[in-house]
Design a protein around this ligand. Structure first.
Ligand code: ADP
Ligand code: TRP
Length: 332
């Protein structure tokens, strides 16, 4: 049985990108492995949420984790900031993380471009905190979407560097994981990038979205001209619609629209209507469960309490051993 760790930032409601890139694997993995899943509320401080917003988002993510099927009896489900040992390990790892390598990380460079007025040290050392999250439980598998691949490479570097520096074989190498082998990138509805909350509400379909909201967003999704030549290659915006369909629609439905694309009779309005309907069918049971869990304070409170206990037991063991390795030993 392997040890698995993953987290999702607490920036609000979860969307289908989070679900298919990460959460779906969490739900399956909890039955087979020693799993630690958490809400990355420390990571979310890089965007400076108000105390009220931070608190609300943590609760939202927790409720949605539970509603989607994470079982606090099967996995260790916790809030990152409840485990101070993670911040302690982050501090130790920072001493051997170098400016050059951190500045070269694609997600950091993207933030420098997109938010030049808030390039804080937390953003720069984001992969170090992420490494601490993972190796605090000595995990080897990390279910994440494709965008996190480079961060996992950094985690292997930092863990190996620690091992080499102290001449120990303490931390195992963590690898990004997806049951379908390939890591996933769920496209957004804007015809360009990935589905993401930060790219704007309208590019993402949330697990809590009501049917009319889903339909409205999908109707607005970017499309292109109808093809004029049979079997033409698809432009990105159309490929994205097909990619989204492949997540939620039946194979004969997809085959039907493939055929209409290939013989140039495709009607995007019909395709979008079908996609919205299939997304709604997929989301409805989760959306309803979100409402139930949201109303069940005792269940939520119990889940975080046992999660905190189990996660701290594992984290404090690692920190004690790491301190011993580094040389923080009792004088007398
Ligand atoms: P967001 O991009 O909306 O801020 P996060 O960065 O917190 O979401 O992502 C949490 C998890 O969900 C990560 O494992 C990430 O790889 C995955 N994820 C997020 N968006 C997508 C997407 N569009 N496709 C695949 N996986 C995704
Ligand atoms: N960086 C991840 C994201 O933005 C979230 C995350 C933080 C994470 N710590 C992690 C994922 C540890 C896996 C393991 O999506």
């Amino acid at each position: 049985m392997e040890t698995v760790v993953s987290g999702i930032r607490s920036t609000g409601n979860l969307h289908l990108g989070n679900y298919f890139g990460a959460l779906k694997n969490f739900i399956q993995m909890q039955n087979e492995h020693n799993c630690y899943f958490f809400i990355a509320d420390l990571h979310s401080l890089t965007t400076h949420p108000t105390p009220g917003d931070l608190h609300k988002s943590v609760r939202t993510v927790l409720v949605e984790y539970l509603a989607a099927g994470l079982d606090p009896e099967k996995c260790t489900l916790y809030i990152q900031s409840d485990i101070p040992e993670i911040s302690e390990l982050y501090l130790f790892l920072n001493m051997n993380a170098y400016l050059g390598e951190l500045e070269r990380v694609a997600s950091f460079k993207e933030k420098v471009r997109s938010q030049p007025n808030n390039v804080n040290a937390g953003l720069l050392t984001y992969p170090v905190l992420m490494t601490a999250d993972i190796i605090i439980h000595k995990a080897s598998k990390v279910p994440v979407g494709k965008d996190q691949e480079q961060h996992l490479e950094m985690a292997r570097n930092f863990g190996n560097r620690f091992n080499r520096m102290y001449d120990v074989e303490y931390f195992p190498e963590p690898y990004a994981f997806n049951f379908g082998k390939e890591l996933i990138k769920v496209p957004g509805l804007d015809g360009k990038g990935k589905m993401s909350k930060s790219a704007g509400e309208n590019t993402a379909i949330f697990l809590s979205d009501e049917p009319e909201v889903i339909l409205k967003k999908i109707k607005k999704a970017v499309t292109d001209m109808t093809p004029e030549q049979a079997n033409s290659p698809k432009p990105d915006s159309i490929q994205n619609l097909f990619d989204l369909m492949s997540l939620v629609s039946a194979s004969d439905t997809i085959a039907h629209f493939e055929e209409t694309w290939n013989n140039c009779s495709i009607r995007y309005g019909d395709m979008k209507k079908q996609l919205a309907e299939d997304m709604n069918t997929f989301i409805t049971p989760i959306r309803e469960r979100i409402k139930e869990v949201d109303a069940d304070k005792d269940f939520i409170a119990k889940a975080v309490k046992i999660g905190e206990e189990k996660a701290r037991a594992s984290a404090s063991k690692t920190i004690q051993e790491v301190k011993e390795i580094i040389g923080f030993r009792k004088l007398y």
